[in-house]
Design a protein. Structure first.
Length: 225
């Protein structure tokens, strides 16, 4: 068993000359050259995705524990891949909400214990009020934010244009994805640069997740590699 663990640990470290995984979050990339037709496709996708994601957020906050691999429950015009992306995002939102709520409720209970203890000791100030618990509201999603993965949004290196990358995004129309141009600023290129001196990041590296925020007018993606 120890030999197996040692072998797995050794595999995590790439040898000299071999490619290795580098994680970078590249934020605030504006897609200012998207044509109206492509924006319309994103505008049609965003509210449908937002509504579905809200359904699962409510489900995971009130009836079920967050489950990123839950079977689809609600009817939607979205593809099964987009459906699963919505479940994944909703589970993350609900998990965070449940964790924060649990921490707040524990703090309330601790404060209540201390308050009652001071009551018994007769040290409570006349103006002091007993702690009260106010139930948290279920998260309400108002702004479109598509936290997509490579199943529905693929980052492709541009080889024959002035753009750095293209985002290939699945839409509501099956078999008719759109391609959105991405041009990186110097800041973004620095974020994607290999940390070793004099080494540039691989232009063929995969983009594991993309968040496209504000899907109307001038969307802005965040690429996580």
């Amino acid at each position: 068993m120890n030999e197996k663990r040692k072998h797995r640990k050794q595999k995590k470290h790439a040898t000299m000359g071999e490619p290795y995984l580098v994680t970078r979050a590249v934020t605030h990339i504006r897609l200012v050259e998207v044509n109206p037709g492509k924006l319309a496709a994103l505008d049609a996708l965003a509210p449908v995705y937002l509504a579905l994601c809200q359904q699962y957020v409510t489900l995971f906050c009130t009836q079920e524990r967050p489950n990123k691999v839950r079977d689809p429950l609600y009817a939607t015009p979205l593809s099964e891949r987009w459906h699963r992306v919505a479940i994944l995002q909703a589970a993350g939102i609900a998990h965070s909400w449940r964790s924060n709520r649990a921490a707040a409720y524990q703090q309330y209970q601790d404060d209540l214990v201390q308050y009652r203890k001071r009551q018994e000791e007769g040290t409570v100030e006349a103006s002091a009020k007993a702690p009260r618990w106010r139930e948290w509201n279920i998260p309400t999603l108002r702004e479109p934010c598509l936290q997509a993965n490579i199943n529905v949004v693929k980052l492709e290196v541009s080889r024959d244009s002035t753009y750095d990358y293209w985002l290939r995004i699945s839409t509501l129309e099956k078999g008719r994805p759109i391609q959105v141009p991405v041009k990186l600023a110097q800041y973004h290129k620095e974020q994607l640069t290999d940390p070793r001196p004099g080494k540039q990041g691989s232009s063929t590296a995969a983009c594991n997740s993309i968040s496209v925020m504000g899907c109307g007018g001038s969307p802005s993606p965040m690429m996580r590699r």
